[in-house]
Design a protein around this ligand. Sequence first.
Ligand code: UDP
Length: 509
Amino acid sequence: MASDLHFLVIPLMCPGHLIPMVDMAKLIAQQSVSVTIVITPRNAQRYGSVLDRAITSGLPIRILTLPFPASESGLPEECEGFDDLPSFNLAKNFSDACAKLQQPLEQLVGELNPTPNCIISDKHLPWTADVAEKHQIPWVIFDGMSCFTQLATHNLCVSKIHEKMADSDPFIVPGLPDKIVMTKSQLPELLNPGDNANSKELKTVFEHARATELRAYGTVFNSFEALEGRYIDDYKELKQGKVWCIGPFSQSNKNDLDKAQRGNKASINDHNYMNWLDSQLPGSVMYACFGSLARLSPPQFTELALGLEESGFPFILVVNRRTRAEEIEKWVAEDGFEERVKGRGVLVRGWAPQVLILSHRAVGAFLTHCGWNSSIEGLCAGVPMVTWPQFEDQFFNEQVVVQVAGTGVAVGARTPVPYLAEEGVVGVQVKREDVCKAVKVIMDGGLEAEERRQKAKYFKEMAGKAIKEGGSSEINLKLFIQDIMLHTNKRVLEWQSGQRVLADLFRVP
Ligand code: UDP
């Protein structure tokens, strides 16, 4: 689809949002739409190599940077991403720092040539709606979650059924295509805020973002119809149309380098664990990773590690180095864990090239915290999952994986990790025997495990087809672009007819 269109993409600076938006930018640019991504200097460096390769390959993408007001917002100077925060109690400061970009962004948009035909920004940046309105540009939300989450959240906000429930009483989430049973304590902050002041403040931030969503021209989702078609249909009906599912975005990374460098500099050490994976039997390895934000407490990490060891299956376990890493390392050394599992288990310290690992033939299952990206990446890789949600929309995503797609087994997490609580108060929520049991159930090759594996393969095939020529997401992307094109043309015609009326008015007889 050749066009003169120009889209502005403004991501929230957090890996789980920035990574998919960079992938999305590539997919849009492949449709011959020029894309300008606005990020901060450190993020431009962090995500630059994937983008530079896309630009060198001829895609019409450019990166513009705005300095991030970290220190004037009470954040450490080098902090330009949500995952850089020394404590999540600084979440509000981060949100305030982002909002300070409004004025510089307004100026930048005014200077852009050609003027963008559309602004796609993260729904957690509600002030971008003001920028779009000021410049009379349609504002499209990037929703980093699933249509399932959106629909469930809407139905709960309207019915308020959870408000009458005790924390651990199961109830059916109303108005969904499947029978989905949850508890109040599994619900995200917006619906079930914690007691502390930070939690309440964050609820207000989420409520503001949700109220602003009503001003959006439309929404794009990192999802695809074969996965949650009925949820998409219902959500579209609710939104009266302008909802486009154009994912899975991770599928835009075709070669190993793009997969490896997605998001961060991977701690690959010359790919030594990729070599180890090469030596493992197909489908034999469990890959465990908790995304970019979740921070397992040291005692919880110990239970996870010992559960994996006890299961007897080979594994890769990613150790997030951001919180209390020394305590975790101390346990690893004193317990002799790494030595004991040598040859059978690998610890990856820091950032793992997740999509590259998941695409390796040796990986047989994925133990995930159910971030939406990880959930969808697991589905794209065609591997069954052990689900261990931590907070926010992750308990909804667990339902998508376990109940809707039928490719997962829940480890049994019942309550969210209170990530806004003081670091250190979180103890053990899931025991090693639960981990071991869930891993065995998913890997044991029994009838149910085989059924799950077949379903996982089906979703891999469907995810691959979705963004290919003629696939549902590729068609949706074309429809989205067409919609913006028609909107632009309509605006031009309106402007021209306005000019004619003016000319007629002032014509000298
Ligand atoms: N990711 C990765 N390596 C890591 C940790 C995370 O590549 O070591 C990527 C992962 O592939 C996904 C994103 O970071 O694309 C995390 O997003 P998700 O929504 O799963 O979770 P969040 O980090 O937002 O909790």
